[in-house]
Design a protein around this ligand. Structure first.
Ligand code: ZN
Length: 544
């Protein structure tokens, strides 16, 4: 893929810079903001691999401003909420993105599931065939804010997942590309397909058509290569990313996918002359392979080691291409959430309480057992998986809803794998948290991703080290979504040429990223309009 990317870039004509200083921003504002999300890059992974980095991650970690204790501060540590905080400065409770999916029992569709990055009101939309849209996101992104005062600025996103591209770019967007099927596609109307997209899609098709031999793990990764048999047909831990021709799933859960995403980002930046226009541009990039590798194989094995080292190399190549363009760019890199490794390996490492959840905790099943005792039939609860939001089923008569809610809370809280079950009223009685994010209570974390119009009637929090995946399957052995630090602690790295390097242990939030970038640009952010703050420790001239 790296070779293809280079060929692809060489094929694009480099245009001459047309920079002027006609922008209503600070005179020393960078010409291009590059905001990168590495999907599922926990701080645990960052700390583990930091001493071994040599490429692009090393540049950010060693020469930039590195906060190793960044927090996706909320409890619903999923992809859509996580990406929604990065460039809005708002927590899910205020930006409305409370999950990847939530239930609206009044929705016309049969399964009542609403996807975070869709507009379900578009005729013909279903939860399987949805219409991609930022409709659910409350509030502007950095790109939206920039374009509001600087119309010549471009707001561009390239991502592995549609929801990541949408949440990082927002509403006023020039280009937005994400994977669909075996190539990159867009939801934007009236956008001609740029040559870089056509060439990248051709390069992906050509790469996919070839089988890929196993990668050669270096000693660091070899040492982590211990197999774990999770089912008769599923062994993880010692995979080397080999792939049959045409196997898209294994393409996605490998460094090839991030390579393609970065190749497209670099090519599009060059084709659009990002950072060489009349005003500062924003390029958002979300890299999804780490997430797919983590879900498929867990975070502690040889597969994730191969992915981390490749990601570091690929980012190095990407920055080198930007360097050659001569554009004055600033980078921020963070993640949408972390991950809990497979409990089988965690136990091996001495985490004695690591376990998979009891399948009976699934709300539909749980509610079925409760129903007879309440004189009801069917299931009295609905949900989207184990842990997190639980809704009282719409079939429960209004008068009985308080009884069902109380009974569900008591029964969930009494389960040995459950830390707590909080009702909507209990959560809404908690003020939006302030103070050091690493010291928040669990219900404060829950509050930060709770929107009473979208969230469940009850939020169930599993105990630490309980994986919500009761039975692992191919591609899905480990996950995230809890309020525990392995899921919420992520690195936040800023870099710009000439920055004085700082490595900080200070706890900060991902909602601080947007106000900090706004400070760097001289973009006014109305006090009280966001949850985050401009980080003064970055050398940015934050507004007083
Ligand atoms: Zn994610």
């Amino acid at each position: 893929m790296r070779k293809s990317a280079i060929i692809l870039l060489a094929g694009l004509a480099a245009c001459s810079p047309t920079a002027t200083s006609a922008q209503p921003l600070r005179p020393d504002a960078p010409r291009l903001i590059i905001a990168i999300s590495v999907d599922q890059l926990s701080s645990d992974l960052f700390d583990e691999y930091r001493p071994h980095l040599t490429g692009g991650l090393k540049r950010l970690a060693s020469d930039g401003i590195a906060f190793r204790n960044g927090y996706q501060s909320h409890a619903a540590t999923e992809t859509c909420p996580g990406h929604s905080t990065l460039l809005t400065g708002k927590r899910p409770a205020t930006n409305g993105i409370v999950g990847n999916t939530w239930l609206d029992q009044n929705a016309a569709r049969a399964d009542k599931a609403i996807y975070c990055a869709e507009d379900e009101n578009v005729a013909g939309s279903t939860s399987r065939n949805y219409t991609v849209s930022p409709a659910h996101l409350n509030g502007p992104t950095l790109g939206d804010r920039l374009k509001a005062v600087s119309p010549a600025s471009r707001n561009v996103a390239v991502a592995g997942k549609d929801r990541s591209a949408v949440m990082m770019s927002g509403r006023n967007v020039d280009q937005r590309w994400y994977r669909q099927g075996n190539g990159f596609a867009t939801d934007l109307k009236n956008v001609a397909v740029p040559r870089s997209v056509t060439l990248t899609n051709q390069a992906v098709a050509a790469a996919l058509a070839q089988a890929r031999p196993p990668l050669e793990p270096p000693a660091l990764c070899q040492a982590k290569g211990k197999p774990y048999v999770l089912s008769p047909s599923l062994t993880v831990g010692n995979g080397r990313m080999d792939r049959a021709a045409g196997d898209t799933s294994r393409f996605l859960r490998s460094p090839e996918f991030d390579g393609a995403t970065l190749a497209l980002a670099a090519a599009l930046a060059q084709e659009m002359n990002l950072g060489r226009g009349q005003a500062t541009d924003v390029l958002s990039i979300s890299l999804a392979a780490t997430d797919y590798v983590g879900h498929a194989y867990g975070s502690g094995g040889m597969e994730m080691c191969l992915q981390m080292l490749a990601l570091d190399r690929e980012l190095g190549d990407f920055f080198a291409q930007l360097d050659r363009s001569g554009v004055d760019y600033a980078v921020v890199l963070s993640a949408d959430h972390g991950v809990m490794d497979i409990p089988e390996r965690l136990r091996d490492k001495g985490v004695a309480d690591a376990a998979r959840a009891d399948a009976g905790l699934e709300p539909g099943e749980f509610g079925k057992l409760m129903a007879p005792q309440l004189g009801l039939t069917g299931s009295v609860l609905r949900g989207l998986g184990i842990g997190g939001d639980v809704w009282i089923d719409a079939s429960v008569p209004g008068a009985q809803r308080p009884t069902v809610l109380r009974a569900a809370k008591v029964r969930y809280a009494g389960h040995p794998q459950v830390h707590a079950a909080f009702t909507r009223d209990e959560i809404m009685a908690v003020p939006m948290p302030t103070g050091p994010v690493d010291k928040w209570t669990v219900i404060q974390r829950v509050r930060a991703s709770f929107d009473p119009a979208r969230s469940g009637d009850l939020i169930v929090v599993l105990k630490q080290n309980i994986s919500p995946i009761a039975a692992p399957s191919s591609g899905y052995s480990a996950t995230h979504g809890s309020p525990w630090d392995y899921d919420r602690r992520v690195p936040i790295l800023f870099w710009r040429r000439g920055t004085t390097a700082i490595s900080s242990d200070e706890p900060v939030e991902t909602v601080d990223i947007m106000p900090t970038l706004a400070g760097m640009l001289g973009l006014a952010v109305q006090p009280g309009s966001v949850d985050g703050k401009c980080l003064t420790g970055t050398g940015v001239a934050c507004p007083r």
